[in-house]
Design a protein around this ligand. Structure first.
Ligand code: FAD
Length: 569
């Protein structure tokens, strides 16, 4: 097939905070350099016009960006020393912090807020708005942004050096045939390609496997955050108030916790995080969130309010030991797809921004030297090691590992690390960790009967006031995919579903997916059960790719522009 080839200097895949910051910082470095050389203030040749492109699978910059979010402004201040005055969209400075332990009926306020959850000097933000604003700044700096352009394949030369990215084809019907509006994807050739795809990036997954970038590293461990925005009828929860919770509804073996943030205009932002290394195969992160809202403290807070938005997304929580090699020939990894998140603080926006900026500095030097080899680009890793990212992430390197042994040992380990500076031994040593899906136990281990998989949540009712079923929630994620296209969720062996998986795990895809994509249905003709994939519901969280116990679900990018619209999230 004839494909258009576009020659660029640097292509950033994914318009998240990591890549947008990286693209902007690079454009400024090039401009400063050219200006200084022209004015005779710097020796050397000008770099001339450097073509920088950012491609994004969402329909606009911000459409797929969902976060908490309390933002540590450290990195944004490095990029925009005066970001408040420049109009960065901030909901509110954090004005007060609360930490609650929830039992089934009570909310016990901790007299002290654990230091990692102290947010004085930080801001509550909507990541959707922040990325949209960063996107505008990039465009003002002359960067080309292409929404609705998913990166579908990496392009390599004969020696496995990355030479760019191929965007997804448009206008293919569900049988795989070309429709009238067919447009082949474009080959974007670049000297450096930067992957900033967020957690469990689809290209990052292929690249790290092909180039063995995970060699000697721990497997990445993820969590999933399920979130809603609510309109409250009064000022009962002021903007700037931050509450974190531990306890109910998670059992003591499952990593989990909730958040409640006050935004402007009486908007309440609530969510619940569940570790994607849970053991009980009947666990359902969406149902955990619904139970969270039924707690008397939450239910009272939400009374008379209206749910207006829903979303879910994974979080790369494995930390320092789980980071892949972040450079190779012609390519760099930034932000969450490289595991830069600080899981103890559940904060990754500042580390994503900083990693993007350091990648930009490494690329700038590579452009000056006209050398895009792995050796030259390894400068990025050295810059990371010399920056504040390394002490911040190393200090919490064994945080998540402690929770493999339950809540209380995890908390004890987290406390101990303040004294040891992050060092852990024995049970808590990260080097004993397994990938999250390997932690899932079989139905038989829990004494569950395969014929009643609803038993864990028997008491949960969706009342349409406080609690909602997945389909109602998905409606509030404003998800849209053209249904006449091939499913972007590839289940590599559907024979496993009806028998082996049903018996062993009770088809957990029906539960871990927060968007009701996977459904076991009776097949009319044969009377047997089969897997139905409602791909148009997909919110692009990637949980299925991560948590499937047989690792046979492969998430690939759908046609550009499809997916959720996370306005205000
Ligand atoms: C529920 C939740 C709560 C959180 N709370 C906080 C918090 O309170 N504070 C905090 O600091 N951090 C928080 N984080 C983490 C923070 O949101 C991330 O660390 C940060 O967004 C990472 O930025 P990124 O640029 O690496 O990736 P992302 O923000 O995930 O952006 C990646 C972008 O790439 C696009 N993309 C992906 N693949 C492709 C492709 N193949 N082609 C084209 N485009 C692609 C995506 O659509 C997306 O726009 C939270 C995260 C979650 C999920």
């Amino acid at each position: 097939m004839e494909r258009e080839v576009l020659e660029m200097d640097v292509v950033f895949v994914g318009a998240g905070p990591a890549n947008l910051s990286g693209a902007l910082h690079l454009a400024r470095l090039v401009k400063e350099h050219n200006g200084a050389v022209e004015r005779g203030e710097k020796e050397g040749a000008p770099l001339g016009e450097i073509e920088i492109g950012v491609i994004e699978k969402g329909s606009y910059v911000g459409a797929h960006n969902l976060s908490g979010a309390v933002m540590d402004p450290r990195a944004l201040r490095e990029l925009f020393p005066d970001f408040e005055a420049e109009g960065a969209p901030l909901e509110s400075p954090v004005k007060e912090d609360f930490f609650l332990y929830l039992t089934e009926k009570r909310a016990i306020r901790s007299p002290i807020t654990p230091p990692p959850l102290k947010n004085h000097g930080y801001y509550i933000v909507s990541l959707n708005r922040l990325t949209a604003w960063l996107g505008e700044k990039c465009e003002e700096a002359g960067i080309n942004i292409f929404p609705e352009f998913p990166g579908a394949e990496m392009l390599y030369d004969l020696e496995d050096r990355v030479i760019g990215v191929r965007t997804g084809d448009k206008g293919i019907d569900k049988e795989g045939k070309r429709k009238g509006n067919f447009e082949p994807g474009v080959d974007l050739h670049a000297k450096v390609t930067v992957l900033g795809e967020g957690p469990r990036g689809s290209l990052t997954k292929m690249l790290t496997e092909r180039l063995n970038l995970n060699e000697g590293r721990e497997p990445q461990v993820y969590s999933i955050g399920v979130k809603e925005l609510w309109e409250l009828p009064d000022d009962r929860y002021p903007a700037g108030r931050v509450t974190h919770t531990l306890g109910f509804p998670s059992d003591a073996k499952t990593y989990g916790g909730g958040w409640i943030y006050g935004m402007q205009n009486r908007i309440l932002n609530i969510g619940y995080v569940t570790g994607l290394d849970y053991r009980d195969p009947l666990l359902d992160p969406h149902a955990e969130f619904q139970k969270f809202k039924q707690h008397p403290f939450l239910a009272k807070l939400l009374e008379g309010g209206k749910m207006i938005r829903y979303g879910a997304k994974t979080i790369a929580a494995g930390g320092w030991h789980a980071m892949p090699q972040i450079y190779a020939d012609g390519v760099l990894l930034v932000g969450d797809c490289a595991g830069f998140l600080n899981s103890q603080r559940l904060k990754g926006i500042h580390t994503a921004i900083k990693s993007g900026m350091l990648a930009a500095e490494a690329i700038f030097t590579a452009l000056i030297k006209n050398d895009f080899s792995a050796q030259q680009l390894s400068r990025y890793e050295r810059l990371v090691n010399r920056s504040w990212l390394t002490p911040e992430l190393r200090k919490v390197r064994n945080f998540h590992a402690g929770f493999r042994h339950g809540r209380w040992l995890g908390m004890a380990n987290a406390g101990l690390q303040f004294i040891t500076g992050g060092r852990s031994w024995g049970l808590f040593d990260r080097s004993r960790a397994e990938a999250g899906h390997e932690a899932m136990g079989k139905l038989s281990e829990y004494g569950y009967r395969g014929d009643n998989i609803e038993q864990r949540y028997n008491g949960l009712r969706f009342d349409g006031k406080i609690t909602f079923n997945k389909l109602t929630d998905v409606y509030h994620a404003a998800v849209g995919h053209d249904e006449d296209q091939p499913a972007h969720l590839h289940v590599l062996d559907t024979n496993i579903c009806a028998e082996r998986c049903a018996e062993e795990y009770g088809n957990p895809c029906q539960r871990f997916c927060p968007a009701a994509v996977y459904e076991m249905v009776e097949d009319g003709a044969s009377g047997k059960r089969r897997l139905q994939i409602n791909f148009s519901n997909c919110v692009h969280c990637k949980t299925c790719d991560i948590m499937d116990p047989y690792q046979i679900i492969n998430w690939v990018t759908p046609e550009g522009g499809g997916g959720p619209d996370y306005k205000g999230m």
